[in-house]
Design a protein around this ligand. Structure first.
Ligand code: NAD
Ligand code: UGA
Length: 450
């Protein structure tokens, strides 16, 4: 089938390459000319395992090409996936729908009869119905459906090729049939295919992200209680998660969630619920957000304590800039938020990250960056572990002790063997582990933090 994918960011470029991999003929469209020029030479705009090879193959085999023209997309295909951003509005908590709206408005006059627009972006409930009304004023021969995306960054290609479920919100049998046809290899392989009303599909996405964010804030709330009582949150999470009804996933305590999705999605969901008069039902999301942000402040406070009560004139080494390991994405990165706050309080802050330095530098030019862990740690008064890249587990604490000025470490991601760091002479602190002697490292979560 011929398909266009509009918006070639984290979701769109992976979706386009995976659809081409399924055997479709795909045109990727973006307004970013430099991005389209690079993609046309099979150069990926993001770091995502497996993406470079997939792009190279599908572009070489001419099943995937790129353009900046929506009119060309409308002539080329009758199915158009919309994967543009829905960030938080600059002045409030709600989703900024201007990019999605612009795509629908701009492509509508060019659509061939029988076209299907399929939204993949995360949107407020009611968006499909609102856009369908808008579409009606331009064309009576086309429809709109919603097919939310559940991929995780760092696993985007895997999650797109092997989704746990496909969710489609449709208003007609032909729209459902077309989506089943597009995803046929996956459905035939046993991936559950849920067809429902568009409003339910939109809410499935909001509910899934809200639940996961709530789980993380729950365990971080427990971390605060542990710290105040001398208990150990890593041991607690291990024991609580062993209950199969609760599970270990997304129960990894620490600095909390960031990224381009959880923070803005829970705020947008709460804002939309308030707009339609059911705000009380999800008022708890405000607390989920507050608990999450509080972990960043707690991290700064503990680090300040480790350097004697003030950051002025101190050197701080930061391990990690990405919002999570396995990604070069620094959007709403908790690590960079903490690093920038400490810099504002007067410290010199040197940040290491294996993939995200180039993305971080333009956003936080006041921080220093390096690709060498020892350089980041030279003469440091404290070392902060803020993103759990697996390679940080392999650092030799004894080797690094000679590089720093004072051997202080704060593990805000519970990824290090703190007993080994302590034996090598370091003063160690970790969120949610006030005085515990049992400083085992947490097992890496089998999803995001792996
Ligand atoms: P992104 O910012 O990485 O990419 C968006 C792309 O859309 C950019 O390349 C931008 O240039 C392009 N764009 C903007 N306006 C356009 C227009 N009028 N025509 C063509 N292209 C246009 O965003 P993303 O992270 O891929 O997220 C996209 C959507 O998917 C969001 O709603 C997000 O919440 C949702 N989502 C993201 C993820 C994720 O892991 N990143 C996962 C699931 C869902
Ligand atoms: C998340 C969801 O997992 C995806 O299903 C969803 O499609 C996506 O949001 C989205 O809608 O954009 P992603 O943001 O890529 O995916 O990353 P996650 O692996 O979910 O991690 C999110 C944040 O939570 C990271 O900052 C991570 O460090 C943090 N986290 C995760 C924890 O603090 N503890 C955990 O136990 C798990």
């Amino acid at each position: 089938m011929r398909i266009s994918v509009i918006g070639t960011g984290y979701v769109g470029v992976v979706h386009a390459a995976c659809l081409a991999n399924l055997g479709h003929e795909v045109l990727g469209v973006d307004i970013d000319e430099a991005r389209i020029a690079a993609l046309s030479q099979a150069r990926a705009p993001i770091y995502e395992p497996g993406l470079d090879a997939l792009l190279a193959r599908t572009v070489r085999e001419k099943r995937l090409r790129f353009s900046t023209s929506l009119a060309e997309a409308a002539q080329f295909a009758r199915t158009h996936f919309v994967c543009v951003g829905t960030p938080q509005q600059p002045t409030g908590p709600a989703a900024d729908m201007r990019y999605v709206d612009a795509v629908v408005d701009d492509i509508a006059p060019h659509l061939q009869p029988g076209s299907l627009i399929v939204g993949k972006s995360t949107v407020p409930v009611g968006t499909t119905a609102r856009l369908a009304e808008r579409l009606k004023t331009t064309t009576s021969h086309s429809e709109i459906a919603w097919n939310p995306e559940f991929l995780r960054e760092g696993f985007a290609v895997h999650d797109t090729m092997h989704p746990e479920r496909l969710v489609v919100g449709v208003t007609s049998p032909w729209a459902e049939a077309r989506l089943r046809e597009i995803y046929r290899p996956m459905v035939d392989a046993g991936v559950p295919f849920f067809s429902m009303a568009p409003s339910t599909a939109e809410l499935v996405k909001a509910a899934a992200n809200s639940f996961l964010a709530t789980k993380i804030s729950f365990i971080n709330a427990m971390a605060e209680i542990c710290e105040a009582t001398g208990a150990d949150v890593v041991t607690l999470a291990d024991a609580v998660g062993e209950d199969a009804r609760i599970g270990h996933q997304f129960l990894q305590p620490g600095l909390g969630f960031g990224g381009s999705c959880f923070p803005k999605d829970i705020r947008a969901f709460a804002a939309r619920a308030e707009e339609i008069g059911v705000g009380e039902a999800v008022a708890f999301l405000h607390q989920v957000d507050e608990i999450n942000i509080r972990q960043r402040r707690r991290t700064v406070d503990i680090a300040r304590g480790l350097v004697g009560g003030s950051f002025a004139g101190r050197n701080v080494a930061v391990l990690g800039a990405a919002f999570k390991p396995g990604s070069d994405d620094v959007r709403d990165s908790p690590a960079l938020d903490v690093a920038a706050t400490i810099r504002d309080e007067g410290a010199d802050v040197r940040v290491h990250d294996p993939e995200a330095v180039d993305n971080a530098r333009p956003l936080f030019p006041e921080l220093q960056y390096t690709l060498d862990v020892s350089k980041a740690c030279e003469d440091a008064d404290v070392l902060l572990h803020l993103t759990a890249w697996p390679e940080y587990r392999r650092i030799s604490p004894a080797g690094l002790a000679a590089t720093v000025r004072s051997p202080n470490i704060l593990d805000a991601r519970h990824g290090l063997d703190l007993a080994a760091w302590r034996s090598a002479g370091w003063t160690v602190r970790a969120l949610g582990r006030a005085t515990a002697d049992d400083l085992r490292s947490a097992a890496p979560a089998c999803t995001a933090e792996a």
